[in-house]
Design a protein around this ligand. Structure first.
Ligand SMILES: *[C@@H]1O[C@H](CO)[C@@H](O)[C@H](O)[C@H]1NC(C)=O
Ligand SMILES: *[C@@H]1O[C@H](CO)[C@@H](O)[C@H](O)[C@H]1NC(C)=O
Ligand SMILES: *[C@@H]1O[C@H](CO)[C@@H](O)[C@H](O)[C@H]1NC(C)=O
Ligand SMILES: *[C@@H]1O[C@H](CO)[C@@H](O)[C@H](O)[C@H]1NC(C)=O
Length: 665
């Protein structure tokens, strides 16, 4: 308790220093500037002499830490005997040894008493640690220490564009020769943007295209690069940087939580369910098989590289073998547990799963969700499936996820007590839902590739400068904002929760259909007729767009020159799902036919507010009530549409259509 109190006190004082009325003050701006520069070209040697000097030694004086734990001692010993991961090696926290080292460095950051100690340790780690390990530990400490949460960390795909973009793009970007440009004034694959402009115009904070934006960007030459054609039919989703980064942040965020609660497990499975449902809806939209996925033996060769030009491979046979074996064991263990109603725990005790809440002990022990349980020997080599930055690119990811979720839902279907009837409203009828047109389109967006350019362009006479930026113009899936109106009649006044899912029009098996939760909310239903209007911008758990790394640097500079008040609310939450991806790509000639499923439940006054969107799990997970996350599809339902959860006055099925704009006119 004393420790916690102390941490809170430190947190409180630092927050006061950083936050002055939602505007970043001098201390904040200094820290942010430092972060940007220390992370700039993080895989190359640090050039700033002052920080090179500061980073010669790691702070080992125990008084400088709130606590000096075993993880730190072990880490220090490993460093002293030269056992830490080589700077040039491939880093993957799914590999046991790398994971342990990350925990060590993370503790050397997290437990620091003050900024000066942290500052020195950051410089030290930047000079001495593997860049992957360094970025991982630093990202997590900024997300998890309340006092540093306002600091903005560049997005992972801006730090390592290599691992998110095809090799040809990376090679061309690296070869961009600024001097030749000045001399000859032309380059085939690049264009200089003369009237400064970046897409999309609307980002969180509304800073683009403002007078301040033009001032901040005045001295920056913008180069634009074309997007290369995508190889995969679903590439517009599977190669979307925000889709990939979301899964990266979510998993790396959970990874370093020391006390993983049952809630966190439930939340992870719910998110996996959502990702899989969303993927399946896209397959359905593109007329590809989606009810049962297949293992792909010969995934196309990957065109991606990690740093040091290590090429990502697709999953090797050893990886496939060990994941299959893992799932087979899990499947048969669950089969046996269902047949015998008992489970032999790892500690040797056998429990009866039908007694009390023993099924929860079984759930916790059977179903893996975090990396201490998912360590892979083959994760030492870059493989798409096993790297948290690239796993969502691998189509087999969805195949494995599907199998895992089938077992999970099946287990829950057998042992989870049926939902209490008290949740089912008896005095309410959902009459209809009116929805505005659902329209998707391809939106231009500029992706900041500046970290691929040569370092020498950014350092002039010992000064860190940002003379030009390289942006790749991509086209990505986006939808127009939409609204819907629920029409509900009731004969009493009562607080009610609504959940709205998107699904396919009809399928043979309900349990094989993807149900993607679009919206859920709590509202008061009054006696008589009710019209409840919801706007897609207000759906919870989704996030918008943010400014690029170049703009961030320029705004910080402008603010340091006192020409701009730097707002502290312009970054997007890393563990939020990109709002623009909630609808599958619509149909062109014919609309894509889908269905909405709406369900109402009584409110039990047990709502909780967590901070999980920011990948901070210390306050638990947000939820409306005690119903399982994803209710009613968190488990297998009876195999027809008459199951109580999906029929009756308190639910509604509604056909909807999605159009893709290109073909509208
Ligand atoms: C670009 O400059 C080079 C060198 O001056 C010249 O050979 C080439 O034709 C130019 N290309 C275009 C597209 O103008
Ligand atoms: C940020 O804060 C300002 C001032 O409080 C407010 O006007 C603005 O709407 C906020 N922006 C976002 C994206 O929350
Ligand atoms: C094994 O674990 C279960 C569940 O946590 C616990 O109830 C039981 O007492 C443990 N048994 C032993 C022998 O530690
Ligand atoms: C309230 O409405 C429900 C469904 O419309 C109906 O079954 C029920 O009898 C009504 N109760 C009262 C008290 O009118």
């Amino acid at each position: 308790m004393r420790l916690l109190g102390l941490l809170l006190l430190i947190a409180a004082t630092l927050c006061l220093q950083i936050l002055a009325g939602g505007i970043g003050n001098r201390y904040y701006l200094e820290k942010e500037q430092f972060l940007i520069e220390i992370l700039h070209h993080v895989h190359e040697p640090l050039l700033n002499d002052q920080w090179r000097l500061l980073g010669e030694q790691l702070v080992t004086d125990k008084d400088q830490y709130v606590v000096f734990n075993d993880r730190m001692t072990t880490f220090l010993e490993a460093f002293n005997v030269g056992k830490l991961l080589n700077q040039k090696a491939y880093y993957n926290p799914l590999y046991e040894d790398h994971y342990q080292q990350t925990l060590g460095l993370y503790n050397f950051f997290y437990n620091t008493r003050d900024w000066y100690t942290l500052w020195q340790n950051i410089c030290w780690a930047r000079l001495h640690m593997n860049p992957g390990l360094f970025v991982q530990a630093l990202t997590q400490v900024l997300l998890k220490r309340d006092d540093y949460q306002p600091l903005i960390m560049p997005k992972i795909y801006e730090l390592w564009p290599e691992s998110f973009l095809d090799m040809r793009t990376v090679r061309e970007a690296r070869n961009l020769n600024f001097a030749n440009w000045i001399r000859y004034g032309n380059m085939t694959d690049f264009e200089e943007v003369h009237r400064q402009e970046m897409e999309p115009i609307k980002v969180d904070g509304d800073l683009r295209n403002t007078p301040e934006w033009f001032k901040a960007m005045a001295d920056v030459t913008i180069f634009r690069m074309k997007q290369k054609p995508r190889g995969n039919k679903l590439g517009y989703l599977l190669e979307d940087v925000d889709w990939l980064a979301y899964w990266y942040y979510l998993n790396t965020g959970i990874n370093l939580v020391e006390d993983k609660t049952d809630q966190l497990q439930e939340w992870w499975y719910y998110q996996l369910d959502q990702i899989l449902a969303r993927y399946k809806l896209e397959r359905y939209g593109q007329q590809m098989a989606y009810e049962k996925l297949r293992l792909i033996q010969d995934e196309r060769n990957s065109q991606l590289i990690s740093w040091q030009n290590l090429r990502f491979a697709t999953e090797d046979t050893e990886t496939t073998r060990s994941i299959n074996e893992y799932l087979e064991v899990l499947e048969s263990t669950v089969d046996e547990a269902i047949a015998s109603h008992s489970l032999l725990l790892k500690n040797g005790t056998s429990i009866d799963l039908s007694v009390n809440s023993n099924w929860l002990i079984g759930l916790k022990e059977l179903f893996p969700f975090e990396w201490t349980q998912l360590q892979m020997e083959t994760a030492k080599q870059p493989q798409l499936l096993l790297d948290p930055r690239t796993s969502l690119r691998s189509e087999n990811f969805y195949y494995y996820a599907d199998r895992l979720l089938q077992i999970y839902h099946w287990y829950r279907g057998h042992f989870q007590p049926s939902t209490q009837r008290s949740f089912v409203p008896t005095n309410l009828k959902i009459n209809d839902v009116e929805i505005s047109p659902l329209i998707t389109f391809d939106q231009p967006v500029d992706l900041d590739l500046s970290n691929l350019l040569h370092t020498r362009h950014f350092h002039l006479a010992g000064q860190f400068l940002w003379p030009f930026t390289l942006q790749q113009r991509q086209f990505r899936l986006q939808q127009k904002d939409f609204t819907y109106i629920l029409k509900v009649s009731s004969n009493i006044t009562k607080s009610t929760i609504f959940r709205i899912f998107l699904t396919t029009p009809e399928g043979k098996s309900l349990n094989r259909q993807p149900f993607y939760l679009l919206d859920s909310f709590l509202t008061m239903i009054y006696q008589g007729d009710n019209r409840i209007k919801r706007d897609s911008m207000d759906f919870k758990g989704f996030v918008g767009d943010h400014i690029s790394l170049t703009e961030l640097n320029q705004f910080v500079n402008l603010a340091q020159n006192e020409e701009f008040d730097f707002p502290l609310n312009i970054s997007t939450a890393n563990c939020g799902f990109p709002r623009r991806l909630i609808l599958p790509r619509g149909g062109g000639g014919n609309p894509l036919k889908m269905r909405l499923f709406v369900v109402a439940t009584n409110y039990d006054f047990k709502a909780q507010q967590g901070n999980e969107l920011d990948c901070d799990f210390s306050k638990g997970i947000s939820r409306w009530d005690e119903l399982p996350l994803g209710y009613p599809f968190e488990r297998f339902l009876e195999e027809d549409h008459r199951a109580e959860e999906v029929s009756g006055d308190h639910v509604l099925w509604k056909d909807v259509e999605i159009w893709h704009e290109d073909h509208l006119a």
